[in-house]
Design a protein around this ligand. Structure first.
Ligand SMILES: [Zn+2]
Ligand SMILES: [Zn+2]
Length: 125
């Protein structure tokens, strides 16, 4: 493997100085692109949001590989996933209750699940 060319304090993208006092020190991150190593300044870490097309520093990548700004456009897909799982579980408990209408444990779990579900739904408002 070839040794990376060390750019020191330079940003590997815009090649500007990121050392302390340069104005680009804050939020720089160590970076390499396979040929050179150095840092990447905050400006060069910014990406364009695929939804609102703003240049943003804080973004998240969707499962489809799109970039969304954290501030406005990104909806955590894990939360969506959890909600789907809750709905599935809810459905399971409902069919269990139909089969065992007098089972207290199933009834209790089902009611707790519904409470949690309502809490989660409420957070969207
Ligand atoms: Zn840069
Ligand atoms: Zn956005």
């Amino acid at each position: 493997m070839e040794k990376l060319k060390d750019l020191g304090n330079l940003c590997i993208d815009c090649k500007e100085d990121t050392s302390f006092g340069s104005g680009k020190f804050v939020n720089r991150i160590p970076a390499d692109d396979g040929e050179v190593s150095g840092f990447m300044c905050a400006d060069c870490q910014m990406v364009e949001c695929d939804s609102c097309e703003q240049k943003v520093y804080e973004y998240a990548t969707s499962e489809q590989g799109a970039w969304y700004c954290i501030d406005k456009c990104y909806k955590p897909e894990t939360l969506v996933d959890i909600k789907t799982k809750f709905r599935d579980a809810q459905g399971m408990f409902e069919s269990l209750l139909e089969t065992y209408p007098d089972d207290e444990e199933i009834d209790l779990f089902s009611r707790k699940l519904n409470e949690l579900f309502e809490l989660m739904e409420g957070e969207n408002d």
